[in-house]
Design a protein around this ligand. Sequence first.
Ligand code: IPE
Ligand code: IPE
Ligand code: MG
Length: 270
Amino acid sequence: MKTRAQSTSSTAGIPPHGEVPRHVAIIMDGNGRWAKQRHLPRFAGHKRGVEAMHAIVKSCAEHGVGFLTLFAFSSENWRRPPDEVALLMQLFIGALEGEVQKLHRNGIRLKVIGERKRFEPKIQALIAEGELLTAGNRGLTLTIAANYGGRWDILQALNRMAKEGALTDLDEIRESDLAPYLSMSAAPEPDLFIRTGGERRVSNFLLWQLAYTELHFTDALWPDFDAAALEAAFVSYRARERRFGRTSEQLEEAKRGAAGRTPLRAASDA
Ligand code: IPE
Ligand code: IPE
Ligand code: MG
């Protein structure tokens, strides 16, 4: 089943955007180096990494962010040593068992994106339970990307379209045909992308959805990334001029128009 895209595509139109990002997407990187700096096993860094998530979820909810998407485990992270992968799976189970009730009490809706069938049945069941329990919540939508890859996402969308016969009566595939089949179809595209840990790369995260997202890279290692660091990312975001292909002069004119008679039409790319 496809779900309807919730808001304007950044390439088909101009999404509404304001002072607070509606959708923040984070690559939580640097757990291993955080542990190494302290002569601790990598596992200790991952444990602290889970703790760091709490403050960021709370802070995003307080700021009125609608969607927070966290990259927890990539399609390529299976390439890590088996004992590290096993520990990460244990942490995932622990987090699902320990946190879902808390999220629910706080009105947060949990979603998990990524290919689930590679996870053990217990994890798949916990994900399904957590999503079901929190499905009706109207607060922040927290999406955990687990066994997720941007290329996988585009391919699973095309494969589902093919299976449903949605491709057969199309002369050509348009953006609006594909978008509803992507994992994040129910969310607006991210306004702000944050990567901690110093690397300046996207590492196969939301490839399609990051088309016009503002990128923020910080050297802070994920276990050290706190509410103040998030606030600094928001300050940086607010200082950006989001042009979506237009010129600064057009934006100035639209602003003057908004102050006077001609409002900027949110979804116009004319
Ligand atoms: C991110 O931290 C967590 C996962 C990818 C699961 P890393 O484990 O990649 O930490 P570094 O990059 O080695 O420091
Ligand atoms: C990206 O971090 C994935 C997650 C944070 C889950 P990695 O540490 O796996 O990325 P690379 O390998 O440095 O690009
Ligand atoms: Mg890393």
